[in-house]
Ligand binder design. Structure first.
Ligand SMILES: O=C(O)CCC(=O)C(=O)O
Ligand SMILES: [Fe+2]
Length: 221
């Protein structure tokens, strides 16, 4: 069981990394058209210029993603006698860039698509990949994190395993400087794990989501 868990963690991490490479490419990041020189001195490391340059280097981005965080969550939903009165999991979007989700054969997961809740039918041996809040922030809104929920049911129990991936817990997540210009102003505040923890311990998370709290609302359309 333990070995299977470790294998699963490794495989999802590798899959996450290759998906992120494709996503970086779609955002215009390529080895050949990004800076290769990274300022090294402590003096430089204290200013924004250092961070901008570091983030524009493809190898640095890939390394930060490879060294990033991974949270594994096992969800068990027992049968519920009155499923219409509750959710297995209320509507939310995920922490992180991408979530790789394995669900058993019992239906329950729904995503919000064009204001409608759509059931995601389980496919054996396959992952559902959900975009999380950090990818929306990092891409300055080009990728949208997906609202999803889990319905309860009265007959069968259901199990899912979610693997959530982001940068290190100490890292600041912010719109990539390369994606910000006059036509695309910065749309999200810088954020880190401490902001997230503070948010979930102080808000009524059933009615709002974390991402809403990070939007620079005056310019967001
Ligand atoms: O159980 C599911 O299908 C979804 C679980 C989920 O959304 C989560 O763990 O964040
Ligand atoms: Fe989720």
């Amino acid at each position: 069981m333990m070995v299977m868990g470790v294998e699963y963690a490794r495989e999802t991490k590798m899959l996450f990394q290759s998906l992120m490479e494709a996503i970086l490419e779609s955002l215009g990041f390529e080895e050949k058209n990004t800076h290769n020189k990274t300022p090294k001195t402590n003096q430089e490391s204290g200013n924004d210029n250092y961070h901008n340059k570091r983030e524009e280097n493809y190898d640095n981005i890939k390394k930060d993603i490879g060294d990033g965080s991974q949270l594994m969550v096992v969800n068990c939903y027992p049968p519920c006698p009155e499923p219409e009165l509750t959710f297995g999991m209320p509507p939310h979007s995920d922490y992180g860039f991408l979530t790789l989700l394995l669900q058993d054969e019992v239906e329950g997961l729904q995503i919000l698509h064009k204001d409608h809740w759509v059931t995601i039918k389980p496919h054996p041996q396959s992952f559902v990949v959900n975009i999380g809040d950090h990818l929306e922030i990092l891409s300055n809104g080009r990728y949208k994190s997906v609202m999803h929920r889990v319905l309860a049911n009265s007959k069968k129990s259901r199990i899912s395993v979610a693997s959530l991936h982001s940068l290190a817990f100490t890292a600041v997540i912010r719109p990539w400087p390369m994606l910000i210009n006059d036509e695309n102003p910065k749309r999200y505040k810088d954020t880190d794990f401490a902001d997230f923890v503070q948010y979930i311990t102080t808000c009524d998370s059933k009615h709002k989501n974390f991402l809403e709290s990070r939007k620079l609302t005056d310019i967001y359309t």
